[in-house]
Design a protein around this ligand. Structure first.
Ligand SMILES: NC(=O)c1ccc[n+]([C@@H]2O[C@H](COP(=O)([O-])OP(=O)(O)OC[C@H]3O[C@@H](n4cnc5c(N)ncnc54)[C@H](O)[C@@H]3O)[C@@H](O)[C@H]2O)c1
Length: 118
């Protein structure tokens, strides 16, 4: 893992946050991305001797994906590892859930990772 450039989505909290910290401990240069501010995560990694930076990325935005990937390749030369960890969950049954919630889940959890490889 040493020297590898790893981009983690949804890294401002939860599972993505834990993965970002672990990858940094393993020697990766970690690109912390999230739709909410992940500056504190990047700062925490750096304060523990790791290498990290934060980019805003809403995984449902094709434009933001393009901008972030371009910036990372320009800054770091290559992207070696991509972890699609951004996700949302609505804890209703199908009959209780409205269609807007359903579409949002598909956008973030399925279309987001698809856009990451486009
Ligand atoms: N925690 C668990 O035990 C568990 C188990 C199974 C599945 N999951 C699923 O894994 C995913 C992550 O879980 P978690 O516990 O880390 O959740 P979390 O809510 O702590 O973290 C999710 C992160 O994704 C970010 N995010 C949401 N929408 C985004 C978007 N459009 N673009 C970019 N970032 C976005 C949030 O800002 C947040 O930082 C969720 O979909 C969750 O349902 C979690």
């Amino acid at each position: 893992m040493s020297g590898r450039v790893a981009l983690v989505t949804g890294a401002a909290s939860g599972i993505g946050f834990a993965i970002a910290k672990l990858f940094a401990q393993e020697g990766c240069k970690v690109i912390v991305t999230d739709q909410q501010d992940g500056t504190a995560v990047a700062n925490e990694i750096r304060s523990q001797g790791g290498e990290a930076c934060y980019y805003h990325l809403d995984v449902t935005s094709e434009d933001e994906w393009k901008q972030v990937i371009q910036s990372v390749e320009k800054e770091y030369g290559a992207l070696h590892i991509l972890v699609n960890c951004a996700g949302i969950n609505v804890r209703y049954t199908l009959t209780e859930m409205d269609l807007e919630d359903w579409k949002k889940i598909l956008d973030v959890d399925l279309t987001g990772p698809m856009e990451s490889v486009k």
